[in-house]
Design a protein. Structure first.
Lengths: 405, 283
């Protein structure tokens, strides 16, 4: 009866799934680097720096979307503050990138430029240890994790649910944004962190560095999906969806929903933090606007567009929305928010399962049509007055055919 | 009775045996957190009052259910039947009064999941099953196991669990529906599935709120058979409006009215009681 967790993980995803993952990883680690570094710019298959940066950014967003799907799609908890966890991860890792600038800033000081500007003489205590890559990477997970845990504990213990929970998360990210806007907070005020030079000693703008960051983003996304699949397939996932559907029943059969919600909520926040840490070196800037309420709402839209509770859908959602955002904001910048609103309304009204649901529906319709055509053919082939047509028709289509014939 | 309860109330709920030196108890040892049925009482409610914004949903309600007893609770709408179940399962805290499970477990101090673990199962008035999960998974989730997050991440089903589930599936007549989503079941089948979810938890006391609502006559009859067969091994508290069903169950009947007990006895006695006729049956 008992199978090792690793075996179940492999079996859970199926051979097709693993093949897809291997293919994506191969393209990301071999195909893209070759196309970017080896092919001349005039070559049609050349991948530009712009494309790599844009895709890398969207991949980080996709990780956030999958993390959001875990709590919203499967746990039924709509967070409108996930941008906060993403930004906190970004800021944590940004501290390391700021320290890597060293004395190459405009003032040539040992501390970041914005601190010189504030007339500070040394680093504040919470910047201690930020010259270490590993410490900052740990912070990028731990800071969002701890904040999510504390906030989640009190919110879930007080049984705050639904729209109330969403509003409180919104208030939380807004408060954090105001806090980070202050110069005295020590994170660069409204300019945030930028002008990064190096990461682990390598130039941050070098094509090789960008290719590695891109590969890491793909890897993080794949790992997030695999982890998500494993969680959802486990008993934990079943309890989680049961809490979403009938929380009272879950309590009265002896589960404490608080612990389940807290676990997935904290995990989701930590994944967002990691995504933020990968986002900052690729985009080259992090500032408090990442914590704006609109950003967090956009995350929910990615998931809704892609398909809630599907894990893979949000990846497409993040891709579709962000690619159209890139196009819109360069072609018709003033219409982007209208388009986003329209998209959200259309998806809510007509695609409750998002694009993944649409795909499934189209496939089902195609299969139905094929069955219908087959049935028509068999009816036409049968002698007119004798056999009843229903007898030869594949199940479910009898009524339609009778009408058509 | 009163003395017993107040002693156990002083003992901390988490089970430390402070103040007990063992020698004081001559007949049996108290085990923390374990159901103590030494006086044959399963559930003991004393002087329970619950008010919502001044409205007294329960008014000095006192009720006692013995081990292995099947008790029916009847009463007009708003008599406090569901509120009473809320108090027993920890959903609502009483303003005053005592609620004990066995001799030692103070229900007013435990949370809903803790109460479920001590051995009280509850079926809601509106059948509540996990509609997106299969019938099998519904029972799997309800199984009596360690229900902490850590265990759930790596949990597997073993032979015993599978046997228990398949036995229960037969008992609730859903063996051929095991892989269907519970949302596709008929109303009566959902009621049965919920009862099955209680059974796999192996509770000592089952609280059943209108278990046969929406069932066909045939299903109602089978449900009565099932409950009667459970009597003795479990205690059951059944809230029901269907008098034929109450009659089929036999056993003692308690009539609630305006938050307290109006009458108690077998169905015939209760039905003959003029006060009962006035508030409930006569209308």
């Amino acid at each position: 009866m008992r199978t090792p967790a690793s075996v179940r993980l492999v079996a859970g995803l199926g051979p097709k799934g693993w093949l897809a993952i291997a293919a994506v990883a191969l393209v990301a680690w071999v195909g893209v680097p070759l196309a970017h570094l080896m092919l001349p710019e005039s070559h049609p298959l050349h991948v530009s720096t712009y494309a790599i940066t844009l895709l890398g950014k969207i991949l980080c967003y996709a990780v956030v979307a999958v993390a959001m799907d875990l709590i919203w799609g499967f746990g039924g908890i709509l967070s409108l503050g996930h941008g906060l966890f993403f930004a906190l991860g970004g800021y944590s890792f940004g501290m390391y990138l700021m320290r890597q600038i060293g004395r190459d800033g405009s003032y040539g000081a040992a501390i970041p430029d914005f601190m010189v500007f504030l007339d500070w003489k040394e680093l504040p205590w919470y910047w201690a240890g930020t010259d270490s890559f590993l410490w900052c990477l740990l912070l990028a997970m731990a800071v969002p994790g701890v904040i999510a845990f504390i906030f989640g504990y009190f919110a879930f213990r007080s049984r705050i649910k639904g729209v109330y929970f969403s509003i409180i998360t919104q208030a939380l990210t807004y408060a954090a944004m105001l806090f980070f806007f202050r110069n005295e907070t020590g994170f660069g005020g409204n300019n945030g962190f930028t002008d990064f030079k190096r990461i682990l000693g390598y130039s941050i703008t070098a094509p090789e560095t960008r290719v590695v960051l891109f590969g890491l983003s793909v890897t993080l996304l794949l790992a997030t999906i695999v982890l998500g699949k494993a969680l959802i397939a486990s008993k934990f996932g079943k309890v989680l969806t049961a809490i979403r559907d009938a929380e009272n029943r879950v309590m009265f059969i002896g589960y404490n929903p608080l612990h389940y919600k807290l676990f997935i909520w904290t995990l989701s926040a930590m994944l967002c933090g990691l995504a933020g840490a990968l986002y900052v070196p690729q985009v080259g800037i992090i500032n408090p606007s990442e914590m704006s309420v609109a950003n967090s709402i956009e995350i929910a839209i990615w998931v809704a567009v892609g398909g809630r509770g599907t894990l893979i859908g949000p990846v497409f959602g993040a891709g579709i929305v962000n690619l159209s955002k890139t196009w819109f904001t360069t072609s018709f910048p003033e219409y982007w928010l209208f388009f986003l609103g329209l998209l959200f309304i259309l998806v809510t009204l007509y695609l409750p399962q998002g694009v993944v649901g649409l795909w499934a529906r189209l496939k089902a319709r195609k299969a139905e049509k094929a069955a219908l055509a087959e049935a028509r053919a068999s009816v036409a082939a049968a002698p007119r007055a004798t056999a009843a047509p229903e007898a030869k028709i594949p199940n479910g289509t009898a009524a339609t055919v009778a009408k058509g014939a | 009775m009163r003395v017993e309860s107040s002693i156990s109330r002083n003992a901390p709920a988490d089970g430390q045996k402070e103040g007990w030196d063992g020698a004081a108890s001559t007949s049996h040892v108290l085990k923390p957190g374990e159901l103590d049925l030494s006086h044959g009482v399963m559930l003991y409610l004393d002087d329970i009052t619950v008010s919502f914004d001044g409205f007294r949903a329960l008014n000095k309600l006192s009720l006692q259910i013995d081990a292995g007893e099947l008790r029916c609770i009847i009463g007009p709408n708003g008599a406090g039947k569901t509120t009473m179940m809320d108090v027993i399962t920890g959903k609502t805290r009483p303003d005053s009064g005592k609620a004990f499970f066995g001799q030692t477990i103070d229900l007013t101090r435990l949370t809903e999941p803790q109460i479920a673990h001590t051995g009280i199962g509850r079926k809601f008035q509106k059948p509540t099953v996990f509609e997106n999960h299969s019938v099998f998974e519904n029972l799997e989730l309800a199984l009596k196991t360690d229900k902490r997050v850590k265990k759930s991440l790596f949990a597997r089903l073993f032979g015993d669990d599978l046997d228990k589930i398949s036995d229960t599936l037969k008992q609730i007549r859903l063996a051929d529906q095991a892989d269907r989503p519970a949302g596709l079941l008929s109303h009566g089948q959902k009621q049965w599935l919920e009862i099955g979810m209680l059974l796999v938890q192996d509770p000592k006391l089952l609280l059943l709120d209108e278990p046969v609502a929406g069932m066909t006559d045939d299903e109602t009859e089978r449900t009565a058979e099932l409950f009667v067969s459970l009597k003795g091994k479990h205690s059951l508290m059944v809230v029901e409006h269907d008098m034929a069903f109450v009659e089929a169950l036999g056993g003692k009947v308690t009539v609630l009215c305006e938050g307290s007990v109006l009458a108690e006895g077998d169905l015939a006695t209760v039905q003959a009681d003029p006060r009962v006729i006035e508030v409930y049956l006569g209308r």
